[in-house]
Ligand binder design. Structure first.
Ligand code: 39S
Ligand code: ZN
Length: 762
C-alpha cells in the first residue's frame, strides 16, 4: 500500500493557543503545568486530526515550545556555558533562557542568536560550538512525545534535525576549528536516541537533512556518508532521510546512495528529481515524494500530481512509495475551516495544513488505484475556474507592466547630484539621527485596532486614537532632538499585511497565522491576482505627522521584494512578474508621498537577502529582478526626494554589488550586535551612498548607554566618510516597550551630538 505520510504539522494551534499560553507563562500568569497541558492538548489534537484524515505515518517531536533546532540543542546537551547548565535533563526554563536571554536572579546571559531557516520567514536558534563542546543525551522530550502518542494508539514517526544539518547551521563561537570535527561525537548521541526510540517501539524515525538543498562541500558530503553509514547500523528502527526546500541538483547521487530505509524529496521544487531518484534508489529503499506544497496555500493539482506519482509507482510499486508534503506543514496556516470572510469560490482554490492532509491521503490512495472521483472532479473544476477567473486578470495592470521602459528603472540623476540637492533641501547636521520607522506596538495600540476591527470603535474614534499616538511620538522625537522623524506606524498590524490589505490582487485571512519565531507569528497575505493600488495607502498618516513638525518626516513603505517574499504568492506566473506589479503600486505611493510634502521616504527590504536562492547558480537571476524591482519602485520621485531602505539580520558580503545597484540614497542595516563587523563589506566595497549602521540592538530589552554607542559610531567614522553616516537603531522598535526605548533613543541622540563635536574638533 502506498503510504500517506506527513513531515510535520503546525504546532501553534487554530487560535494561536501556544502563543497565548507561552506568553502567559513568561509573564507569570500561567504556571508550568498550565503551559504543559496546552502543549499536551495541541499535540493530541494534531495527531488525532492527522489520524482522522487517514494519514498513515504521523510525525511526533514536530511540536516545540519555541523552535525545533533549539530542541535539538537540548536533546544533545549542547547548552552554551553561560546558561549555567550542569548536566542532567535540560529543563524548560533553561530552554527559554537560551532563546530569550536571562537577566536577574543572579543570572545574566544573552540569548543565542536567531537566524532564518533556509529561505523561509521562520527563524531558528543558532547552536554554538566551542573547543569544549561535548554532546550527551540531555532531554526526554522526543521519547516522552512518542509514548504520549502511543498511549493514544498512534505509533508516530519521531522527527529529528539531522546531524550534518545541525552542525552546518550552528556556529563556532570560540576558538578556530572545523565544526564537522564534532560529527563523530554527535552521531554517537544520535545512535543512543535511535536505539532508545527502537526500544520504545518506534518503527520509523525521520531525520531532516535539508542541507541537501544547498551547495555541499566535499567535507559535508563525507560527513553525510559517514553519519548515515553509522546510523543505518542501529538495529530495530527504520531511517527516513528528508530533504526539502530545493531540488537535489549535484547532490542527487549522494542522496540516493545513502544506506537508509527511505528517502524524502521535495517534488514541488525538484519535480525533475522524481524519475531519476526512483530509478536509482536501492530495492529496499522507499521513496517519499513530497508533492503537496508545504509553503504555499494553493490547492494541489490532483490530476497532474497523480500522473507524476504513477511514474514513481511504476518504478517502485506500492510497497516502496510514500506521498508527503514537500516540507513540514509548519510553514502553512492551520485550517481553512475557520475563515469566514473568504468566499466559497476562493476557498476552493486553497489548501491550508488540514486541507493538505486530505490531498496527501487522496493521492496515496489514488496512486494505488482507489481514486475518489468526486474529489478529483471538484479539484479539476476549482483549478479551471481559478485559471479563467476575472478576479485574477487585470488587463490594465498587464499593459502597464508591458510598457515599462529602461528609464523607469533609473532616478533622474546619479547619487552625487541627488545628494547635493537633498542636503540643500533637508539641511541636516552631520551624523543625522533617525529611527527605522516603527515604535512600540503596545497592548493599547493592539486593543484599539482589534476594537475597531470588530466594530466596537468607530472610524472617527480610531482615527482620533491614532492621531494622539502620532502627536505623542512626534513630540517625543522633537524633545529628544531627532533630525529626521517618523510617525511610528501605530496604524499597522504588520509591515506586509497592512499593505496587502490595501492593494488589489491581495487577499487576507482572519486566522492564517504562521510561526515566524518563538511566540511571534505572521499572517501572510495571499497574492492571487494582478496587483494594483487604487488609492493612497499611507499618505494620510505621513501627511498628518508632517503637519505637526518643521523637522523632516520620513514616509514609511515596504519594498516590493519583501511584499512578495512574505506573502503567499501566486503560482501561475513567475515571482519576477508578480514583483513588477507590486513595485508599480508602491512606486505610485512614493510619488503621492512626495506630492504630499514628504522629503524622505523609506522603503524597507527586510526580506531581500532571505529571498536569495539556496544555491549560487540561481543567485544572478534573482538578484537581477530583485534589484530592478526596487529601482522601479524608487525611481518615480524627483532627485530632491531622499529614498532610504532598510535591511535587517543581514550579511552583505556576497551581495554588496546588488545592494549598491539598488541605488537607495541611504541604507540602514543591523550592525550593533556584531560590533560593526557587518559594516566590513560596505567598507571594502566602498559603498557609494549613505549608510546608517545600527547602534542600538533592538532584539534585547537592554538599554545601551551613550558611551557604547559613541564607540560604535567612532568605529564607523574610522572607516566611512563622516558625511555619509547616519545614526539609527538596528531595526524597528515594534516588539519593544517604551520603558527601554525612551532612554535608549535619548542616549542615541546624545551620542550623535557628542560625535559631531569631537569630529569638528578633530
Ligand atoms: N515578517 C513579517 N511579515 N513582518 C515582520 O515584521 C517580520 N519581522 C522579522 C522577520 N519576518 C517578518 C521578525 N519576525 C512579529 C512577527 C514576526 C516577526 C517579528 C515580530 C510580531 O510581532 N507578530 C505579532 C505577534 O505574533 C503579530 C502582529 C500582528 O499582526 O504577536 N498583530 C495584529 C495587530 O496588531 C493582531 C494582534 C493581535 O493579536 O493588529 N490581536 C489580538 C487578537 O486578534 C487582539 C488585541 C489584543 O487584545 O491584544 O486576538
Ligand atoms: Zn529591520
Amino acid at each position: 500500500m502506498t503510504i500517506a505520510q506527513n513531515l510535520g504539522f503546525p504546532r501553534i494551534g487554530e487560535r494561536r493557543e501556544l502563543k497565548k499560553a507561552t506568553e502567559a507563562y513568561w509573564k507569570g500568569d500561567l504556571d508550568r503545568k498550565g503551559l504543559e497541558s496546552t502543549g499536551t492538548e495541541l499535540r493530541q489534537s494534531n495527531w488525532e486530526k492527522q489520524k482522522a484524515a487517514g494519514v498513515d505515518l504521523i510525525p511526533s517531536n514536530d511540536f516545540s515550545y519555541y523552535d525545533q533546532v533549539l530542541d535539538m540543542m537540548c536533546l544533545v546537551g549542547n547548552i552554551p556555558e553561560r546558561f549555567g547548565w550542569s548536566g542532567g535533563n535540560v529543563d524548560l526554563d533553561t530552554m527559554f533562557a537560551i532563546a530569550r536571554g536571562i537577566q536577574g536572579g543572579g543570572k545574566d546571559a544573552i540569548a543565542a542568536e536567531m537566524t532564518k531557516w533556509f529561505d523561509t520567514n521562520y527563524h531558528y536558534i543558532v547552536p554554538e560550538f566551542t573547543p569544549k563542546t561535548q554532546f550527551s543525551l540531555a532531554s526526554t522530550k522526543v521519547f516522552d512525545e512518542f509514548d504520549e502518542a502511543k498511549k493514544l494508539g498512534i505509533t508516530t514517526k519521531p522527527v529529528l534535525v539531522g546531524p550534518v544539518t545541525y552542525l552546518t547551521l550552528g556556529k563556532v563561537t570560540e576558538g578556530d576549528f572545523d565544526k564537522l570535527s564534532l560529527l563523530d561525537d554527535l552521531v554517537g548521541v544520535y545512535e543512543q536516541i535511535l536505539s532508545k526510540l527502537a526500544s520504545q517501539g518506534a518503527e520509523w524515525v525521520q531525520i531532516d537533512e535539508p542541507v541537501f538543498s544547498l551547495d555541499l562541500s566535499k567535507a559535508q558530503q563525507d560527513a553525510l556518508r559517514a553519519a548515515y553509514d553509522r546510523l543505518s547500523k542501529v538495529a530495530g528502527i527504520k531511517i527516513m532521510v528528508a530533504n526539502y526546500f530545493n531540488d537535489l541538483a549535484d547532490n542527487r547521487e549522494l542522496f540516493t546512495s545513502l544506506p537508509v530505509d527511505a528517502l524524502h524529496l521535495d517534488a514541488v521544487r525538484g519535480a525533475e528529481d522524481i524519475e531519476p531518484v526512483a530509478a536509482r534508489v536501492g530495492d529496499k529503499t522507499s521513496l517519499s515524494v513530497g508533492i503537496v506544497d508545504g509553503r504555499n496555500i494553493w490547492a494541489t493539482d490532483l490530476e497532474k500530481s497523480l500522473s507524476t506519482l504513477k511514474t514513481a509507482h511504476g518504478e517502485l510499486g506500492s510497497d516502496r512509495l510514500m506521498v508527503g508534503p514537500a516540507c513540514s506543514l509548519l510553514h502553512s496556516p492551520v485550517t481553512l475551516r475557520s475563515e469566514e470572510k473568504i468566499d466559497a469560490e476562493f476557498k476552493s482554490w486553497l489548501a491550508f495544513a488540514e486541507e493538505k492532509l486530505d490531498e496527501l491521503v487522496f493521492l496515496a490512495r489514488a496512486a494505488d488505484g482507489q481514486v475518489d472521483q468526486q474529489k478529483l472532479a471538484s479539484n479539476k473544476e476549482a483549478l479551471a475556474n481559478r485559471a479563467e477567473s476575472a478576479r485574477i486578470h487585470d488587463e490594465a495592470v498587464q499593459r502597464r507592466v508591458a510598457g515599462i521602459t529602461a528609464k523607469d528603472y533609473a532616478r533622474g540623476s546619479a547619487y552625487p547630484e541627488r545628494a547635493r540637492k537633498q542636503h540643500t533641501k533637508l539641511g541636516l547636521p552631520a551624523f543625522p539621527t533617525t529611527t527605522i520607522g516603527s515604535f512600540p506596538q503596545t497592548q493599547d495600540v493592539r486593543q484599539a485596532r482589534a476594537a475597531h476591527k470588530k466594530g466596537k470603535m468607530s472610524d472617527a474614534e480610531y482615527d482620533a486614537f491614532l492621531e494622539k499616538q502620532i502627536q505623542d511620538a512626534v513630540k517625543m522625537q522633537e524633545d529628544m532632538g531627532f533630525d529626521m522623524l517618523v510617525h511610528g506606524e501605530f496604524e499597522r498590524n504588520d509591515m506586509v499585511e497592512y499593505f496587502g490589505e490595501k492593494l488589489s490582487g491581495y487577499a487576507f485571512t482572519q486566522f492564517g497565522w504562521v510561526q515566524s519565531y518563538g511566540t511571534r507569528y505572521v499572517k501572510p497575505p495571499i497574492i492571487y491576482g494582478d496587483v494594483s493600488r487604487s488609492e493612497p495607502m499611507t499618505v494620510k498618516w505621513s501627511k498628518y505627522a508632517q503637519s505637526l513638525t518643521d523637522k523632516p518626516m520620513k514616509g514609511m513603505l515596504t519594498g516590493p521584494v519583501t511584499m512578495v517574499q512574505w506573502a503567499f504568492v501566486r503560482d501561475d506566473q513567475p515571482r519576477s512578474e508578480t514583483v513588477k506589479q507590486v513595485a508599480l503600486g508602491i512606486r505610485d505611493e512614493l510619488v503621492d508621498l512626495e506630492a504630499a510634502g514628504l522629503a524622505a521616504i523609506q522603503c524597507d527590504e527586510a526580506a531581500f537577502r532571505e529571498g536569495l536562492p539556496l544555491r549560487r547558480a540561481d543567485w544572478d537571476a534573482y538578484l537581477d529582478w530583485a534589484t530592478k524591482s526596487f529601482r522601479l519602485t524608487a525611481s518615480g520621485v524627483r532627485d530632491e526626494t531622499q529614498v532610504h531602505t532598510h535591511m535587517c539580520y543581514s550579511e552583505f558580503n556576497d551581495i554588496i554589488e546588488s545592494i549598491a545597484a539598488m541605488d537607495a540614497d541611504c541604507i540602514s542595516i543591523e550592525t550593533s550586535r556584531s560590533q560593526m563587523e557587518l559594516l566590513d563589506s560596505f567598507v571594502k566595497f566602498q559603498y557609494p551612498n549613505e549608510i546608517g549602521p545600527g547602534v542600538y540592538d533592538i532584539h534585547s530589552p537592554r538599554v545601551p548607554n551613550k558611551q557604547e554607542m559613541i564607540q560604535l559610531l567612532e568605529k564607523a567614522r574610522d572607516v566611512l566618510p563622516a558625511e555619509r553616516i547616519w545614526v539609527n537603531p538596528d531595526c524597528g522598535l515594534k516588539t519593544r516597550g517604551w520603558a527601554e526605548v525612551k532612554p535608549a533613543l535619548q542616549h542615541m541622540v546624545d551620542a550623535a551630538k557628542e560625535l559631531r563635536e569631537t569630529t569638528k574638533a578633530a
